[in-house]
Design a protein around this ligand. Structure first.
Ligand code: FES
Length: 217
């Protein structure tokens, strides 16, 4: 009797809420199950790409014939071949010729001893730019020690050793002329400088411009 009363005492609104909640939970569960079947989860398996490298054996064939490998000969691009002296002007050690090569003042010197890049019967004739590698002042040749001296800051370059700096400011050699000696005539030709002459960024190009009257620009 008392229990029946209890049942009857349940608030109808509360009962509706409980019933509604239970129905919602049941619906969600059913949705999950149905959704699982309707939209099965797929897993994309990414296969790693495997690259198989074949070993290639190299067979070296030994040729029995002789192959001539072409020799790379450095070219003096842009310089011109120009006569700068004759052997008759350089008969004694210490003699020198002052001349112009492609618009640059140069010395052609007979050192009297076999010298680096020297030409002539004794390989003792060399040529150099007359402009100091430090700031371009005109050098003076001193036969007593075979050096080119700078009167401005007293640098010295050894004419027998390719213009190597022996005293002073510049950390470089004096630009040397590449010379060629023609035995039949005794003529000495300049083929170009082995370094940039002071104040030039392209000695050959600017020399050509000077020769054609374009100036040293
Ligand atoms: S210009 Fe010749 S040492 Fe300075």
């Amino acid at each position: 009797m008392a229990e029946g009363k209890k049942k009857d005492n349940v608030d109808p609104n509360r009962r509706a809420v409980i019933i509604g909640g239970a129905a919602a939970v049941a619906g969600i569960a059913a949705g999950i199950v149905i959704g699982g079947y309707a939209f099965p989860r797929t897993t994309k398996v990414i296969q790693p790409q495997v690259t198989v490298e074949k070993e290639v054996s190299t067979v070296t064939q030994v040729s029995t014939t002789t192959t001539t490998v072409p020799t790379q000969v450095p070219q003096q691009v842009g310089y011109v071949k120009q006569k700068v002296a004759n052997i008759s002007q350089l008969t004694s050690p210490g003699q020198y010729v002052t001349t112009m090569y492609m618009g640059y003042l140069v010395y052609i010197i007979k050192t009297g001893v076999p010298s680096e890049n020297g030409v002539g019967p004794n390989n003792d004739i060399v040529g150099f730019s007359a402009s100091c590698a430090h700031m371009g002042y005109i050098l003076v040749y001193d036969p007593s020690n075979n050096c080119l001296l700078c009167p401005q800051h007293f640098s010295q370059y050894d004419a027998t050793r390719g213009g190597m700096q022996v005293v002073g400011h510049p950390n470089q050699f004096l630009p040397q002329l590449i010379l060629e000696y023609e035995e039949s005539t005794g003529d000495i030709y300049a083929l170009g400088f082995n370094r940039l002459v002071y104040g030039t960024y392209n000695t050959a190009l600017q020399g050509l411009a000077q020769m054609s009257g374009g100036g040293n620009s």
